[in-house]
Design a protein around this ligand. Structure first.
Ligand code: OKP
Ligand code: ZN
Length: 334
């Protein structure tokens, strides 16, 4: 099994998560998350787990999902920008011109006041996506592949970023498979609803999107991810949300996961991609679920039946993220 990651994904390293321009907390989506995961994978001492650097993907592939102007906004961060987040937003969609101030563009191209822009955001995001793409490409020779993508991706929409996400890594990777004439299921197990991924594939039957998440009446990203969001047009019936009560335990989560897996069996995709967040873990500092370390192995065991699977990292912010992640892998492999 190949595990994709590039050291330039570590460059983006803000200090602050903002709230209305002030510090809410230190930025938990840190490069250290990847270091913790790599450390635990190395500890497994499996010579069939091979770390690989992705090659930087063509921007046209990202452009399949994200608009050119949004990509350019991230690419052209002015040199004097240190670490800033927007405080006013264009909602649901305003207008912006080339001459607008950088602060105005931030409000236009981001939906979230908490996620900072730094000069490295583009570089790290480009590599994060490249890791996901190369993992998916490696599925033509292997049945299982892993991408240690960070920044994460599942909140990023066509023309707006937010929620620590800039490019929707898993959506870009899924589109690559769809372009080969295949069907994909994206199973999103991050604590937070994958609103970006949902929105991107809302009108297509080529991608089945299934998400288990903390109820967004009280959790980020707020007011997405209800059971009545089922898709539209060709996509009707191919979007499935399973909101869970706060502090759901292993048992409750497992019951729900089983229901989700039945839906995947019915859809019978060529490839399953997992948005693997590790923030349902009971010690996660920002989320609100009650999943144990051992249950992550059980999740892996449940996923093991899929013939072709890519595991793409999303969130997870506790110091045990490495153990959570390798527990999933242990379950998948055995
Ligand atoms: C990213 B991923 C609300 C702060 C919101 C953003 C959370 C992003 C989670 N008070 N912070 O899905 O793990
Ligand atoms: Zn999350």
């Amino acid at each position: 099994m190949e595990i994709f990651f590039h050291k330039n994904q570590m460059l983006y390293s803000p200090k602050n998560e903002f709230s209305s321009g002030n510090q809410l907390r230190k930025y938990v989506e840190s490069p250290n998350r990847i270091e913790l995961i790599i450390e635990e994978i190395v500890n497994l001492k499996r010579d069939d787990f091979i770390f690989k650097q992705p090659k930087l993907c063509n921007i046209e592939i990202i452009n399949n999902i994200h608009s050119t102007d949004y990509i350019n906004f991230l690419k052209e961060i002015p040199d004097n920008i240190n670490e800033v987040a927007p405080t006013a937003f264009a909602f649901p969609k305003g207008r912006i011109s080339k001459d607008s101030t950088f602060h105005a563009k931030m409000g236009y191209y981001l939906f979230d006041p908490s996620t900072p822009i730094t000069k490295d955001v583009y570089q790290s995001s480009h590599y994060s996506t490249s890791s996901a793409l190369d993992a998916v490409n490696s599925l033509s020779n292997n049945n299982l592949a892993v991408s240690l993508s960070r920044p994460p991706g599942h909140h990023a929409m066509t023309s707006v970023g937010g929620g620590y996400c800039f490019f929707n890594n898993i959506a870009i990777a899924a589109q690559q498979i769809v372009n080969q004439g295949k069907n994909v299921t994206i199973l999103d197990l991050d604590f937070h609803h994958g609103n970006g991924t949902q929105e991107i594939f809302y009108n297509t039957d080529k991608v089945q999107f299934i998400s288990l998440h903390g109820d967004t009446i009280v959790n980020y990203p707020f007011y997405w991810g209800g059971t009545d969001e089922i898709g539209e047009g060709d996509g009707k019936g191919f979007n499935l949300n399973f909101p869970l009560p706060n502090y759901a335990n292993d048992e409750k989560y497992d019951e729900t996961l089983e229901l989700a897996l039945i839906e995947i069996d019915e859809y019978n995709p060529d490839v399953v991609l997992v948005s693997m967040g590790l923030d349902c873990y009971f010690k996660d500092p920002i989320a609100g679920m009650n999943i144990s370390l051992d249950y992550y192995t059980k999740i892996g065991e449940r996923l093991a039946k899929f013939e072709k699977m890519g595991i793409i990292l999303e969130g997870g912010y506790s110091n045990d993220i490495g153990i959570c992640f390798t527990n999933v892998l242990k379950g998948v492999i055995t």
